[in-house]
Design a binder for this molecule. Sequence first.
Ligand code: MRU
Length: 347
Amino acid sequence: MTRPNNNTVQALQWTGNTLKVLDQRQLPEAIVYNAYSDAAGVTEAIATMRVRGAPAIGIAAAYGVVLSVIKHHAEAPAHWRQKVAADIEMLATSRPTAVNLFWALEQMKAVLNQPQANPLEAILACAEKIHADDIAANYKMGELGAELLAGAKGVMTHCNTGALATGGYGTALGVIRSAYRRQPIKVYAGETRPWLQGARLTVWELAQDSIPVTLIADSAAAWLMKSGAIDWVIVGADRIAANGDTANKIGTYSLAVLAKQHGIKFMVVAPTTTIDWEIKNGGQVEIEQRHQNELLPACYLKEGSLVSAWNPVFDVTPVELIAALVTERGVVLKPDVQGIRGLKDVI
Ligand code: MRU
């Protein structure tokens, strides 16, 4: 497959001895990279959402393990292995919902558990492969998803699922990029309260790529759908259960319900690294609750305040609301346990 000539922004850059992370909290006002040289720094960068988005979190964590090995591997083997194992545990606490984090750490552990002539070289190769495979998966999904969109005039997306959220190009946003290259479509992005991934990141990314986009308040989605402007809602995923239930940014479930009401198709785009084969359904996904200060005005944060906030940052869309699951291993239409299990055997 030929890759589109695309210079999308890079959320993560490996320099050889540090991981440079684009601080997404400062976008779109400022482009600031911070360099991290240990796993503690990377853990903090993930927890504070300097880097966010399921695949990007997994890739960052993988490089965090590399940094740990760089830091400790000159010590006696028993010592450095213990320290790296502790760093892996720490990285795993950075955020709970995106399964890509745990998947990437398992890949790194598997390499460390094999006898290696040069553990540092092997662990770096694994992180770079996770990174490169994610980009390749996104290009593949872009093409597969764009085929489904043939003839579509308008699409709506939620959160940020682009280069900023992945190794590059994006999942749902990759599909929108690929579809737009084939034939311009009208793109609507929800602002994605409360953290505003849509308003601050998605519209910025698309504009960087010369793709026109219209921002809407999340609460305008139903009215927009009723207008007839939307053929597909296209979103990414943080964790997909074995039956296809999909955890993604809070508000995704509302969009899926609204899409059903308006006869609009709903597409989930995610690499198979986002499938959690261990859980039967979405009820088993841990939903991250973030601090109420992301939602509440400062005046309500004082002790004794009668106003509090409930801030779950993901929700679960039941599989029956999903028309298509697009992965790098193929498309599953009307996904269910069997259709999803079929992806396991595809090489
Ligand atoms: O809290 P965030 O910004 O990390 O949440 C990101 C999302 O929910 C994305 O939709 C998901 O990770 C898919 S990104 C390709």
